[in-house]
Design a protein around this ligand. Structure first.
Ligand code: NAD
Length: 428
C-alpha cells in the first residue's frame, strides 16, 4: 500500500496465470478465475465530531463463491486501494479452498485512518458501510470479518446495523465478533496459532527442533502477537519485532538478543500494535530502523505486517542462517523475492496456508453461531490444529509429488478445487 509501482492485483493475477498453466485450465475457466465475480464501490457520508460532514470511500469485492459464500476481512487503512482489495479477495478464495472449508473469497476496505477517528466516527463508518452493501452481503452470500485496524467492536456495530436492516437476528452475517456476543473462543489467537502449527510441521519435515530456533517478526498486531505467544510456549526465541510508529510515520525494529518479552511489549504497545520507543529503550531494547527485522541473524522470519515487504531488492539481505520464512501477512513476498528465496534454499510456508487459521476459525464461528451452541477454547484449537496440519500435509505432499515450491503446491490444490467447483456448477 506504500509502493505505488507495486500492484498487488497484478501480482495475484500473475500467480494465478502460472498455476493455471501448471493445471492446464481451459480459457473459460482462466477468464473466470483471474477476475472478480462482483465488485462494489461505495461512498459513506459521516457526520464528524466537529459537526462537519466527510465522505469515506469503501469497497467490497467478491472474487468467487463457487465453493460457498464469499468470505474475507474488512480493512481500515488510509492508503487502501481497490487493487489491494481485489488481490486480497482472490487470495481469500485460494485460502478457503486450500484448508478445504465450504467458503469462497471476498475482501473489503474503507480508506480511513482510525488513528485520527473517534470511536463514534468509526462506528458511523461501520454502519454506513453495511447500509451501502447490505443487499450484497449476508450469511449465505458474503461474510465479512476483521482485518488490519478493525476489531470485534467494529464487527458488532456492523452486525447490529445488518440485523436492524433485516429486522431479525442473523449472527452468521459476520465473524470476529466479541466472545459472548456470538464470537468464538480461540478466534483472536487463531491466525497466529495456525501459523505456528504450520511452522511446527515445516520444522518437523526439516528435522529441526522448534526449541532450538530463533525468529524475527515483522509486525506486532493480532497475527504477530499470537504467533509469538505460541512459538514461545513451544520453546522458540524471538529476538526482533518491528512495527509502525504513527507519530514518526516510520517503522522501527526492536531487538533483544536474549529474547523479547511478549508481555512487556504488550504492556507498552497501543491497540494498533505500535510499540512505544522510549519505553522499549528503557526496558533494554535496541532500536533499529524498520527494515532491520529482515536482516537479523535468526533461523526463522515471520512477516506479519503488510504485503510487499520482502522484495527482489531486499531479499538478498536475508541472513544465510535463515531456514524458514512463514508468511503471516497476505502477500508479503513479491514474485522476484520468491525466486531469490527459492535459489537460496530457504523453505517458505506461503500466506494462503500459513495464515489460513483465521478464516478456518471464522468458519468455526459461523458454524457455532448458526447452531447457537459454542465450543470451549480447547475444542476450537484442537479442530484448528487438525485442519491446519491436514492442509500442510496435503500441500507438502502435492509439492513433493509435482516437484513444486510449497507456494505452488498450495495454489495447485486451491485453484484446482475452485476450478472443479465452477465446472461442477456448470459455470464453465
Ligand atoms: P494489525 O493491524 O493487528 O497489526 C499490523 C501490525 O503491522 C502492527 O503492529 C503495525 O505496527 C505493523 N506494521 C504496519 N506497517 C508496518 C511496517 N511498514 N513495518 C513494520 N510493521 C508494520 O494486523 P493483523 O491483523 O495482525 O494483520 C497483519 C497481516 O496479516 C495483514 O497482512 C493481514 O491481512 C494478515 N492477516 C490477518 C489475519 C487476522 O486474522 N487478523 C488473518 C490472515 C491474514
Amino acid at each position: 500500500m506504500v509502493d505505488k509501482s507495486y500492484n498487488p492485483f497484478e501480482v495475484a493475477q500473475a500467480q494465478f496465470d502460472r498455476i493455471a498453466a501448471i493445471l492446464g485450465l481451459d480459457d473459460g475457466t482462466k477468464d473466470l478465475l483471474r477476475c472478480n465475480l462482483r465488485e462494489y464501490h461505495v461512498s459513506i457520508p459521516v457526520k464528524m465530531d466537529d459537526g462537519k460532514s466527510r465522505v469515506f470511500r469503501g469497497f467490497r469485492v467478491q472474487h468467487n463463491d463457487a465453493r460457498g459464500p464469499a468470505k474475507g476481512g474488512i480493512r481500515f487503512h488510509p492508503m487502501e486501494t481497490i487493487d489491494t482489495v481485489r488481490a486480497l479477495a482472490m487470495w481469500m478464495t485460494w485460502k478457503t479452498a486450500v484448508v478445504d472449508i465450504p467458503l469462497g473469497g471476498g475482501k473489503g476496505g474503507v480508506i480511513c485512518d482510525p488513528h485520527h477517528l473517534s470511536m463514534r466516527e468509526q462506528e458511523q463508518i461501520c454502519r454506513g458501510w453495511v447500509r451501502q452493501l447490505s443487499n450484497a452481503m449476508g450469511p449465505s452470500q458474503d461474510v465479512p470479518a476483521p482485518d488490519v485496524m478493525t476489531t470485534g467492536q467494529h464487527m458488532l456495530w456492523m452486525l447490529d446495523e445488518f440485523e436492524t436492516l433485516r429486522g431479525e437476528r442473523q449472527p452468521g452475517f459476520i465473524t470476529g465478533k466479541p466472545v459472548g456476543m456470538g464470537g468464538s473462543l480461540g478466534r483472536k489467537e487463531a491466525t497466529g496459532y495456525g501459523l505456528v502449527y504450520t511452522l511446527r510441521e515445516a520444522l518437523q519435515q526439516l528435522g529441526v527442533s522448534i526449541a532450538e530456533t530463533t525468529a524475527s517478526v515483522q509486525g506486532f498486531g493480532n497475527v504477530a502477537q499470537h504467533a509469538i505467544e505460541l512459538y514461545q510456549q513451544l520453546g522458540g526465541k524471538v529476538t526482533c519485532v518491528s512495527c509502525w510508529h504513527q507519530a514518526d510515520q516510520a517503522a522501527y525494529s526492536f531487538v533483544k538478543r536474549d529474547g523479547v518479552g511478549l508481555d512487556e511489549l504488550r504492556g507498552i504497545a497501543d491497540r494498533f500494535g505500535g510499540i512505544d520507543k522510549d519505553k522499549a529503550l528503557a526496558l533494554g531494547y535496541e532500536l533499529l530502523p524498520g527494515a532491520a527485522w529482515l536482516e537479523q541473524d535468526v533461523d526463522l522470519l515471520i512477516p506479519a505486517a503488510l504485503e510487499n515487504q520482502i522484495t527482489g531488492t531486499n531479499a538478498a539481505r536475508i541472513s544465510d542462517r535463515v531456514k524458514v520464512i512463514v508468511e503471516g501477512a497476505n502477500g508479503p513476498t513479491t514474485p522476484e523475492a520468491d525466486e531469490v528465496i527459492a535459489q537460496r534454499g530457504i523453505y517458505l510456508v506461503p500466506d494462503l496456508l500459513a495464515n489460513a487459521g483465521g478464516v478456518t476459525c471464522s468458519y468455526f464461528e459461523q458454524v457455532q453461531s448458526n447452531m447457537n451452541f459454542f465450543w470451549d477454547r480447547d475444542e476450537v484449537l484442537t479442530r484448528l490444529d487438525a485442519k491446519m496440519t491436514a492442509a500442510f500435509g496435503a500441500v507438502s505432499a502435492c509439492a513433493r509429488e509435482r516437484n513444486l515450491s510449497l507456494r505452488d503446491g498450495a495454489y495447485v490444490i486451491a485453484v484446482g478445487r475452485v476450478a472443479q467447483a465452477c465446472k461442477d456448477r456448470g459455470w464453465v
